[in-house]
Design a protein around this ligand. Sequence first.
Ligand SMILES: Cc1ncc(COP(=O)(O)O)c(C=O)c1O
Length: 347
Amino acid sequence: MTAAEADWTIDPVIADAVARRLSQPLTYDPPYTAGPVGEALAEHYADRHGLAVTGANFWLTSGVVSALSGVLRRLLRPGESALYFSPSYHSLPDAIEAVGARAVAVELDVFDAPERALERLAECVTPTTRVILLCNPHNPTGHVFSRSELERIAEVARERDLVVVSNELHARVVLRGTPHTPMHAVYPERTLVLGGATKSHNLAAIGGGFVTAHDADWLHAIRRQVGPEVAPARGVQQAAMRAAYSGPDSQWLTDARRRLSWSAEVLQDALTARFPHWRVHRPDATAFLWIEGQRSRDAAAQLEQACGIRGLSGREFRADARYLRLAHGLGRAVLDDALQAITAREG
Ligand SMILES: Cc1ncc(COP(=O)(O)O)c(C=O)c1O
């Protein structure tokens, strides 16, 4: 249960859109920012979040990590620093460090005091800080930063003249609780948001993503500076993204969220019963459970040894080995096997 994706087949609406694109000549599609994909994205953000955007507010890319990397290369110089919330999906601090900048971890403790992270954030800003790098919803903890939390982040950014880069790839995998607010809705002047349909619609094998900002001129100035380093979205990726963002959420997406919600709940219950010393965080979003095991024990090794289930060690997320991330986007048969493996050896 290591992979950050769900086990089930894709939305038929997307499969149809991709099949239609595949039936045409597989030429380069225009790497456009306007056009039907940009329009679908703009409508989505206008309808869901009340943002006054058009297709010109989007830059379509072939992936999120490469776009993140390209953007940070333009925003940071060696010797400068960027803040990120830790634990973290490794590509965030990796992309900061690839520039020769310093990745400064701000602890996000979802078990005891998530709100403390915002006080820490303000304390961590130094004269070298240029960027706050957010992941919201947060991989690996599934924390969704509330609007008021984002406003506090914006306050810090405004006061210290920082750019916020917000990776919102899991935005449409909110399962309960806090609704997702895009960062450029609260800090429009200097936020770049990265998103895409790969997580919500299970399209990792197709890929694709976008970068968006309130200020289209600023966005495209950055796009031009990044240049060919980040490939534009290919035709098949564009077709998939357009289908994923057009109109209301499909039944497939609603069902996917329901399945994820349920698998998170039943796995949390089973794990808590099997490992009474563990704390299993029930995520508000994402297909991940974030687990805190016992101090100075390796939780991933413990789980594998006891139940034959493999998760990703906290070390993959710049935390220590007492932590563990378990992906719970499992099809019914695999989920049943996992539950059986967790409960069977109980006692
Ligand atoms: C937060 C986050 N960003 C980016 C990615 C990968 O995006 P891409 O495949 O578009 O580079 C992942 C994959 O798990 C992720 O969780």
